[in-house]
Design a protein around this ligand. Sequence first.
Ligand code: TYD
Length: 212
Amino acid sequence: MFITFEGIEGSGKSTQVELLQESLRKIHFDVVATREPGWGKVGKLIRKIILDYDDIEIEPIAELSLFCADRAQHIQELIRPKLAEGKIVLCDRFYDSTIAYQGYGRGIDTELVKKLGVHAALGVNPTITFLIDISVNTALSRIVSRPGRNRIDDESFEFHSRVRKAYLSLQQNQPNRIFIINGEQEIHDVHEEIKKILKEKFSIFSRLVRLD
Ligand code: TYD
């Protein structure tokens, strides 16, 4: 099973990936947690190019190609083999990020972005996606003090608003795959909501317990 997490900057996805990994391990599931961009040798190099420098201008289409290259390698080298071994793979960002950021954020033709972003997944699709939604104001206030801010964190309020709107409309169009969670709640409550949805949708997760 392939579970992805999406949301704008500062939405707390990474924390939720860690918490879910812990909860699933407690009930003896074999779980692999990963993220995009930046897995493996190629991914690390690509991540450096895309995010680390604030003194280079990257053409939107070049940026799109780099995210797609990162994804194809990630799928081929890690995600597909782990899924084939029967593991649960949790991924912090996947192709919905490309549609939201490069399509709606950067303004590249969304049909083209969908085609390339999804094609780069080499036929692998998330079983379920959690969209952790917060307001842009909350996002910007959370990332202002974040160490290691990157080139995309530094984009404008309008950019992040377009990305958030894109996520909301992706969720509306695919309500059976994408589940929206209010990320303004306490971390613990977000985690409980995620577990509740997993339990309701998949009987294999019936042993996930509520921790109060
Ligand atoms: P990262 O430091 O991993 O932070 P986070 O996911 O916690 O926000 O930054 C990854 C950045 O890359 C993030 O700003 C979103 C962006 N991104 C895209 O623009 N397109 C993509 O396809 C992906 C996977 C990420």
